[in-house]
Ligand binder design. Structure first.
Ligand code: DX5
Ligand code: ZN
Length: 229
């Protein structure tokens, strides 16, 4: 039986921003599914990445859905603005919202898919009361703020626990994993129950980004040969 293909979402955080159009074109022409867009405010995370001007550039040129990961405090201030700039998925951090349930419904009202991200220190059990409202859960497998960090292996049982929690309740959210993902660990993450993978450095830092995307996309499909972890 063929497995339903998972989503591959290259993170443009690892792009050369002096030449953003070439990264956008590369992802457009590749087998990737979504653009992962990491917005950081220097408050929720110790780094500042980019904001609306980069979203505008993406909206103009990207031909695939924009998966917007807001690493910002009180993200309810900007939901409508990101949606107007073409966000298809809007993900906020559980740790950054005082009224998470309200923010989730604010996202849904814009027509975007609603996602909640949890940091490595946050238990998946904290999602129990909102899981039924979510289109996507993002399990952070590094502490958010920077690309190119080492994968935290404790994220794998979290993914499995979350998939079980969802399945038991007949829910089928995207489970996306973000941080330190590459061909060396992606198979284990998918086997645990994830169905969306973010990859920054492993894709855009590679000599042949297309080949890495193709490899990540092929995991679990017929003829795929795994790379030992
Ligand atoms: C980290 C970001 C990630 C990051 C992933 O805070 O949320 O999306 O860009 O980059 P890699 O794959 O290089 O860890
Ligand atoms: Zn991200």
């Amino acid at each position: 039986m063929k497995r339903i293909p998972h989503i591959i979402a290259p993170s443009i955080l690892s792009a050369d921003f002096g030449n953003l159009n070439s990264t956008i074109d590369l992802i457009n022409a590749s087998e990737a599914d979504w653009f992962h867009v990491d917005v950081m405010d220097g408050m929720f995370v110790p780094n500042i990445s980019f904001g609306f001007p980069v979203m505008e550039a993406l909206q103009r040129r990207a031909t695939k859905p924009l998966d917007v990961h807001l690493m910002i405090e009180s993200p309810e201030r900007y939901i409508e603005r990101f949606r107007a700039l073409g966000a298809h998925v809007i993900t906020v951090h559980l740790e950054a919202c005082k009224h998470l349930h309200r923010v989730i419904h604010q996202i849904k009202e814009t027509g975007a898919l609603a996602g909640v991200a949890i940091n490595p220190h946050t238990s998946v059990t904290q999602l129990a009361d909102v899981l039924g409202d979510l289109d996507l859960v993002l399990v952070m497998s590094v502490n958010p703020g920077f690309g190119g960090q080492k994968f935290i292996y404790q994220s794998i049982p979290k993914v499995a626990q979350l998939r079980q929690m969802a399945t038991e309740r007949n829910l089928f959210p995207y489970i996306e994993v973000d941080g330190g993902i590459g061909p060396h660990n992606a198979e284990r993450v998918l086997q645990a129950g994830a169905n969306a993978l973010v990859a920054g450095n492993a894709v855009l830092g590679a000599e042949d980004p297309n080949a890495v995307i193709r490899n990540l996309k092929a995991i679990g499909q017929e003829g795929f040969k795994s790379i030992p972890a």
